[in-house]
Design a protein around this ligand. Structure first.
Ligand SMILES: Cc1cc2nc3c(=O)[nH]c(=O)nc-3n(C[C@H](O)[C@H](O)[C@H](O)COP(=O)(O)O)c2cc1C
Length: 386
C-alpha cells in the first residue's frame, strides 16, 4: 500500500493515457475552483484537546438507519470504465468491504443490474435528468426494483463546464482519432490492453438501457449533453418524490438560499458541491459555505459535502463543521486507475486510518462527538479569508 491518496494520484498519472488522466483529474478553465477546494481544507486549523481517554475510537456514523464505518460515501463519477474494466463493480465492492455506501452515476459504464449482482451493500443512484423525463423514470424504476436506497439528483450540470484539457487532448464525444491521440495510446500499452480486454471504449450502458437506444458511446455522450433538461426547477422535487420511495438528495447546492429552498421543497438532504471544480469556474468551495448553510437549515436537513477531500483529516474538518458525511470523487478513482480494485480498497483504508488517527489526536473518541470545538476558534474567519 502506498502512503497517501496523492501517491495513488501520481501513479495514476503515469499509468493512464494522457486524455483519460486529464479527464479524471482536471478542472474547469484555469482551475480556480479546483484550487479553492483544496485551499479551503488547507486553511482550516484544528484545536486539539489533550489528556482525554482515546484508548478506543469509534469512527462510525449512522446514516438513514444504517451504521457505516466512517462518514464518507464513494461518490458518483461517470465514464469510470476509462480507468479499469468493470469499474463500477470494483468501486461498489470496495466501498461495501470498507463499510460505505456507493453512489452510482447515470453516466456509469456498467449496468445497475450488474453492480447489484456484484454486491449486496448499500447502493445510491445519481440521476441526471434529461428532457425526455421517461429516461429518468425508467432509471429510477430499475434502481428501486434493485433495492437502491437513496436518490441523488445532480443539478449543476446543465452543460459541461469548459475543460481546456479535454479540448487540448481532443477528448470530446464523438471521439476523433488524431495523431496526438494515437501517440497517447501508443505510449500507454498496458492501459490500451486493459481497454481492449473490456471490448474497447467503455459505453454508457445504463443510459442506453433506460433510453432504449443503441449502446454507442459517441451517440450516448453527445445525446446526454444535448438533451439535458435545462428547464429543471424546484417543482421537479414533487415529480421525483412520485417516482422514488426513499430519500431524495439534491447535489450541487452552493448557496444558502438554495439550501433553504431545498428544505422548503421537502428533500431529505443536499450535497454542497461544485462538482470537484469541473463545472463553474470561480465557484465557492462547499466547505466555505457549510457553516452558513448549517446555520440556516438547522438539523432538519441532511447536509453532505464534497469537492477536495484527499485526507482523513479533511473528513474530520467537514464533519466538525456540521456535514453528515463527505462524498469522495477523485480519491477512489486514483486508486482504481493505478492498481485497480486493490487500489480502491487501499485508498479507502488510508482515508479511514487517517480519520481515526485524527480523532485520537484531537482527543475526540467518537465521530459522533466531532463538532466546531475541534476547530480553531477563528475557523469562520479563516474560511471567510479564502
Ligand atoms: C471523473 C469525474 C466524473 C464525474 N462524474 C460525475 C457524474 O457522473 N455525476 C455527478 O453527479 N458527479 C460527477 N462528478 C463529480 C463528483 O461526484 C464529485 O462531486 C466531485 O468529484 C467531488 O470532488 P473531488 O473529486 O475533489 O472529491 C465527477 C467527478 C469526476 C472527477
Amino acid at each position: 500500500m502506498l502512503p497517501a491518496v496523492k501517491d495513488y494520484r501520481a501513479l495514476a498519472r503515469r499509468r493512464l493515457s494522457r486524455f483519460a488522466f486529464d479527464y479524471l483529474d482536471g478542472g474547469a478553465e484555469d482551475g480556480r475552483t479546483l484550487d479553492r477546494n483544496l485551499a479551503a481544507y488547507e486553511r482550516l486549523i484544528f484545536q486539539p484537546r489533550i489528556m482525554r481517554d482515546v484508548t478506543t475510537v469509534d469512527a462510525s456514523v449512522s446514516l438513514y438507519g444504517r451504521r457505516q464505518s466512517f462518514p464518507a460515501i464513494v461518490g458518483p463519477t461517470g465514464l469510470n470504465g476509462l480507468y479499469w474494466p468493470r469499474a463500477e463493480e470494483a468501486l461498489a465492492q470496495a466501498a461495501h468491504a470498507a463499510g460505505l455506501p456507493f453512489a452510482m452515476s447515470t453516466a456509469s459504464t456498467s449496468l445497475l443490474e450488474d453492480v447489484r449482482a456484484s454486491t449486496d451493500g448499500d447502493l445510491w443512484l445519481q440521476l441526471y435528468v434529461q428532457q425526455d423525463r421517461r429516461i429518468a423514470e425508467t432509471m429510477m424504476q430499475r434502481a428501486q426494483a434493485l433495492g437502491f436506497s437513496t436518490l441523488m439528483v445532480t443539478a449543476d450540470t446543465m452543460v459541461h463546464g469548459k475543460r481546456d484539457h479535454d479540448v487540448r487532448n481532443s477528448f470530446k464525444m464523438p471521439l476523433r482519432i488524431t495523431p496526438k491521440l494515437l501517440l497517447d495510446l501508443a505510449t500507454h500499452p498496458r492501459w490500451c490492453a486493459r481497454m481492449l480486454r473490456q471490448g474497447g471504449s467503455p459505453q454508457l450502458v445504463n443510459l442506453a438501457k433506460s433510453a432504449g437506444t443503441q449502446v454507442n458511446i459517441n451517440l450516448q455522450a453527445a445525446a446526454m449533453s444535448r438533451q439535458m433538461d435545462m428547464a429543471l426547477d424546484w417543482d421537479a422535487v414533487a415529480w421525483l418524490r412520485d417516482h422514488w420511495r426513499g430519500n431524495v438528495l439534491v447535489k450541487g447546492v452552493l448557496s444558502v438560499d438554495d439550501a433553504v429552498l431545498a428544505q422548503r421543497h421537502g428533500v431529505s438532504g443536499i450535497v454542497l458541491s461544485n462538482h470537484g471544480g469541473r463545472q463553474l469556474e470561480s465557484a465557492p468551495s462547499p466547505l466555505e459555505i457549510l457553516p452558513a448553510v448549517i446555520d440556516a437549515v438547522g438539523t432538519g436537513l441532511d447536509v453532505f459535502v464534497d469537492s477536495g477531500v484527499r485526507r482523513g483529516s479533511d473528513i474530520a474538518k467537514a464533519r466538525a463543521l456540521g456535514a453528515k458525511a463527505v462524498l469522495l470523487g477523485r480519491a477512489p478513482l486514483y486508486g482504481l486507475a493505478s492498481t485497480g480494485p486493490q487500489g480502491v480498497r487501499d485508498v479507502l483504508q488510508i482515508l479511514r486510518d487517517e480519520f481515526e488517527i485524527t480523532l485520537r489526536l484531537l482527543g475526540v473518541p467518537r465521530a459522533d462527538m466531532l463538532d466546531a470545538n475541534a476547530l480553531s476558534p477563528d475557523h469562520r474567519a479563516r474560511l471567510a479569508r479564502l
